[in-house]
Design a protein around this ligand. Sequence first.
Ligand code: PMP
Length: 419
Amino acid sequence: TTPANTDIFTRRESDARSYCRGFDTVFTSANGSEMIDQDGTRYIDFLAGCSSLNYGHNDPDLKQALIDHIQADGIAHGLDMHTDTKAAFIETFEKHILTPRKMAHKIMFTGPTGANTVEAAMKIARKVTGRSNIIAFTNGFHGVTQGALAATGNGYHREGSGVPLNNVTRMPFDGFVGEHNDTTAFIEAMLVDQSSGMDAPAAIILETVQGEGGLNAASAEWLRSIAQMAKKAGALLIVDDVQAGCGRTGRFFSFEESGISPDIITLAKSISGFGLPMGLVLVKPEHDVMGPAEHNGTFRGNTHAFVTARAAIEKFWSDNRFEQDIARRAKLIEQGLQAIADMIPGARLKGRGMMRGVDVGSGDLAGEICARAFQNGLIIETSGSEDEVVKILAPLTTPDDMLLSGLDILIDAAQNVLG
Ligand code: PMP
């Protein structure tokens, strides 16, 4: 094919374009942890579709499962009708994910975006409790539809909405009211104090590691205290695992080490395993209150996504070898980031598992490091309210030597920028 002329994008694509501005080339293929552009330049991918490619690009087994399905004229799209592939996904997910974790949750398929899973979760909580207030957290990110946006902390995203977004109270995330302040006690006090004007919450929604908000990782203790507080307040606890789930922090779910049992869990991004659109919420049976068609969505039956999602669970989650790989790779990432932190006074490591980054103190510096890294063949993004965190979201399957090569590019970039 003839190379694409990039003028087409500036001329015809809306200014809402975002990632393409930082990665100014035209990509044509991808394999494992690499993306290749139309000039044949190879880039190591430390963005991985913002954690929607946890198993890398075009995993051969997932790809084969999809090819076989298409070859046999399998259903591509079936609304939410019963299909053999949906049954197979549910059975596999139950067997390898839910049952071993003693989770009784029901699976509710939603529209295929993270934002739609959040909408569903908040609607369920409001219906269950008959309340409307949602407690969310500073620096949280839950999506750009109006409900999910209302729960999102970052003002830049909310400004685009054009209407007031109501019925959400944002409270300080773990560690965000000074070192010695207990944010759970603070929320409890606000709920008890009539003069705070804070309505009893339908739900408390949180990310255990704030993906867009700067990789702020909540402590296990804080998660447990929030879970307890939610229970006491009669609110449902929603863990938004759209970005931190599917193995990103080391276990399949990001909250596993803390021992909490969220009422509702949202999954999208990497649940299909192949970058195909798919979203679902896991909801405790006693809260499974949505009637038929109350949370409809044309693409709840993306059967191609079910095929690859099932293959991914079978391949990576039927034993604990993958968790060991993630733990080992997380260590390599930590060491690489520490090398960068050591060059910058005040720099701090952020995040957990393979959802890691380094706060370099300013958005300008983080942006320069990422831009330089891209020139040298690494796709990497920033995160945080000021874009001050250089953020690594490499596919969890990245071979150790490629991970180290990517880290070397990043360390070199930091050295170059810092002069
Ligand atoms: N929740 C979290 C935690 C996310 O990171 C994101 C996406 N970055 C979303 C929700 C929204 O997902 P989507 O872009 O698929 O709507």
